[in-house]
Design a protein around this ligand. Sequence first.
Ligand SMILES: Nc1ncnc2c1ncn2[C@@H]1O[C@H](COP(=O)(O)OP(=O)(O)OP(=O)(O)O)[C@@H](O)[C@H]1O
Ligand SMILES: [Mg+2]
Length: 310
Amino acid sequence: MTAPAIRARGLTKRFGRQVAVDGLAFEVPTGSVFGFLGPNGSGKTTTIRMLLALARPTGGEVELLGERMPRASASVLPRVGALVEGPAFSPFLTGRANLSRLDAADPRSVSATRRARVAVALERVGLTHAADKRAHAYSLGMKQRLGLAGALLRPRDLLVLDEPSNGLDPQGTREVRSLIRRLADEGATVFVSSHLLTEIEQLCSHVGVMRAGRLVASGSLDELRAGGGREAVVSTPDAGAAATTLRRLGLAPAVLDGRVTAALPAQTTPESIVAALVADGVRVRGFAVSSPSLEERFVQLTGEGFDVAG
Ligand SMILES: Nc1ncnc2c1ncn2[C@@H]1O[C@H](COP(=O)(O)OP(=O)(O)OP(=O)(O)O)[C@@H](O)[C@H]1O
Ligand SMILES: [Mg+2]
């Protein structure tokens, strides 16, 4: 069995009295595209900085690619491409020169092939046309692309990307999404944070959901969807009688506008409910079983509205 690409246990970060990350435990399966989802201030960047040994955890442990961090930083981090909030580039150098400098800082990089390597990385992120502009003249989206290019200078087993679409226009967002898909197809495990559900939904096989420093759900997208449960909805002029029947079946019905709804336990089949209603003489005009959309599930998990934590 291969070790998971990332494993966190009890991962905690305090800033003074504030607990920004509170006892996270999760695993990122090798080969997955793992979406790390949460509203502003929920602790995504703080977690990512701890994963990459850029910040010291107050408690807990991290393993990257099967090795204990930060002890194994020197051997593991070269296999990890990272994009974290506000990548640091020299504003006075061009995008191309910045990447050359970054590449030269890697002791394993061969200088004879540097030019080509940098050109390929620029091409992959769609920055070729602006490669010879100074970085201070880059837009937010261009800086973000340059940061991504830096993460792609060498082949990586794991990519850790903190809101890679931040500052990009819709076209750029699509390009980054397809780039991430390509990298995953080439065999990299990808851990990508976002506060946008649609982005994660289109891209990821697995997801972890943060709320105020805690991981409130993690698993495959299908597991997250299933976790929302199903609900039976009965339309009837006999709402009171229908509610009585549902209660007898062990459900907890709510009546609203001539519709009776109840969460459906896994062992209760829809057909058994309809049969019981009809047997009790309830006039059933409509019956449906609905699952919450991923968006409704996300709101359930992260709390109504998007209040910034802390
Ligand atoms: N260096 C720091 N000192 C003090 N508090 C911090 C520090 N870094 C982060 N925090 C706090 O920790 C909490 C989590 O912040 P973090 O940046 O991890 O959130 P995030 O999920 O990345 O948010 P966003 O979506 O806005 O990027 C916030 O309340 C923030 O104010
Ligand atoms: Mg952040």
